[in-house]
Write a protein that binds this ligand. Structure first.
Ligand code: RIB
Ligand code: CA
Length: 325
């Protein structure tokens, strides 16, 4: 029986790859994809979810619902320099030789139900079954917890791409983007009494997709089933890779969000440790820091499991087979 999931996303580039992986994994049944502001404004995020789904040309597509347009307290801070002004690496501006858009805006319908209502509704419909995979700021999740804590505690678990525990952050020396974008929301989720799995930079920086692999599959082209998907991955990651090349000196990109989805597919891909996790919300230099001691429960009873290692080869193989091939 496939595991039912909701994917809550601020659809940027790696989020789009996570959507492809989730939709192409028979172990998962994607009940809904909910959008939240983060990498890009909410309206871009929702368009990007629909556009990514249209690349799949899937017979059945999940409900797509819009969520929160801004963090609980902090100001908006997008990541256009990494994900492009459109949030999808600029593919919405890509045209063919005849000047036609290669990836036109699909005419898919967005649900009239707000994400903050839909998430607890589904948690209540499938008590103990539903996994929420959160790969953007936790604003929607926190609002849902505040609105309906009892039904949200019916979630099987929340898998969170977020945090930097024993590694340096990516938006500050101590903070990772998703948590930093809305630290108040992250702390509410930490206190919600829902089973949490953090998939932090400690492991997602090992989930690396190199340009050689992308080009190999995209070059095969033709009528091969995955050629449209591989071409989309090549097109939407080109600027994301350029950012990694400029800033990390690597020829590829980190698959932060796809790894969080992969944990829902096969939790044996990662090693986790129980820990008490809290988030710095009042700080200046340390705002958005995930505060935790992975060595012991000295600082409080565990409220989460934190991924500390990943089977890189197994994950890479899974991603290539499901998304590129
Ligand atoms: O820090 C990485 C996370 O921030 C990923 O979810 C990426 O999409 C951005 O949202
Ligand atoms: Ca994301």
């Amino acid at each position: 029986m496939p595991v039912r999931i909701i994917l809550d996303t601020d659809t940027g580039v790696d989020d789009a790859l996570a959507i492809l992986l989730a939709m192409r994994s028979p172990e998962l049944r994607v009940e809904a994809i909910t959008g939240v502001c983060g990498n890009t404004p909410l309206e871009n995020c929702i368009r990007n979810i629909h556009l990514t789904l249209s690349v799949l040309d899937a017979r059945v597509t999940p409900v797509v619902a819009a969520g929160e347009e801004r963090p609980l307290v902090r100001d908006l801070a997008f990541a256009g320099d990494i994900h492009g002004e459109d949030g999808l690496g600029g593919v919405t501006d890509q045209v063919d030789a005849d000047g036609r858009r290669v990836y036109p805006d699909p005419d898919h319908q967005t649900s009239t139900v707000h994400a903050v209502d839909l998430i607890p509704d589904l948690a209540g419909r499938y008590p103990g079954e539903l996994i929420l995979v959160a790969v953007g700021p936790l604003t929607n999740v926190a609002r849902a917890v505040m609105k309906d804590p009892d039904r949200m505690r019916g979630l099987r678990e929340i898998i969170i791409m977020g945090g930097a525990f024993e590694t340096v952050g990516n938006v500050s020396p101590v903070a990772e983007f998703n948590i930093h974008a809305d630290p108040h929301a992250a702390q509410i989720v930490c206190d919600a009494g829902i089973p949490l799995v953090f998939v932090p930079l400690d492991v997602t920086r090992q989930a690396f997709l190199d340009t050689g692999t992308i080009d190999r599959y995209a070059a095969e082209g033709g009528a091969r089933a995955g050629s449209a998907r591989a071409a989309f991955v090549r097109d939407c990651t080109s600027r994301y890779v350029a950012f990694h090349r400029r800033n990390r000196g690597v020829n590829g990109c980190f698959l932060h969000d796809p790894l969080a989805v992969a944990v829902a597919v096969r939790e044996d891909l990662v090693t986790t440790v129980p820990a008490r996790v809290d988030v710095e919300t009042a700080g200046d230099l340390a705002t958005g820091m995930t505060v935790s001691d992975l060595r012991s429960d000295r600082w409080g009873a565990p409220n989460a499991r934190v991924c500390t290692a990943v089977d890189v080869q197994a994950f890479t193989r899974l991603f290539e087979e499901r998304v590129l091939a």
